[in-house]
Design a binder for this molecule. Structure first.
Ligand SMILES: [Zn+2]
Length: 133
């Protein structure tokens, strides 16, 4: 299955061009190349797909409740988790990791895209709290 489309190559996100080792003079269109390289360096390359136009992950992997021995979700918790999964999808995250909290009800979570942790937080009762990452 192909991962979902991200931005289109013609969108303002732009496409990143790998800088080849050969000299700039050998390139057929120096101006476009330099413009592209500058745009990329200035951070205008889409951070989600890195210019590829497709996100790398087809879906968000959520921790298995049984496997991780996580406490049962109550109704409020289920509503919070549902929003958190939706947010993770919006962020094109690859993983939503849940862990039981020590001596407190609820879960600690982290939302990751590959190895990068996008955000961390706590899910307890009817409240989701985001922690500075
Ligand atoms: Zn993109």
């Amino acid at each position: 299955m192909l991962p979902p489309r991200c931005c289109t190559p013609s969108s303002p996100h732009g496409r990143s061009t790998p800088i080849p080792s050969r000299s700039l003079r050998d390139l057929p269109n120096q101006t476009a190349f330099v413009e592209e390289a500058l745009r990329s360096a200035l951070g205008r390359t889409c951070p989600t797909c890195e210019g590829a136009g497709r996100t790398r992950w087809a879906s968000v992997a959520v921790s298995d409740f049984k496997q991780r021995a996580l406490p049962r979700l109550d109704r409020d918790g289920a509503v919070q988790l549902k929003s958190l999964v939706r947010l993770s999808r919006e962020l094109a995250a690859s993983t939503l990791d849940l862990a039981p909290r020590r001596e407190a009800p609820g879960f600690d979570f982290s939302v990751q895209r590959g190895r990068a942790v996008l955000l961390r937080g706590t899910l307890a009762g009817n409240t989701t709290t985001f922690h500075a990452n």
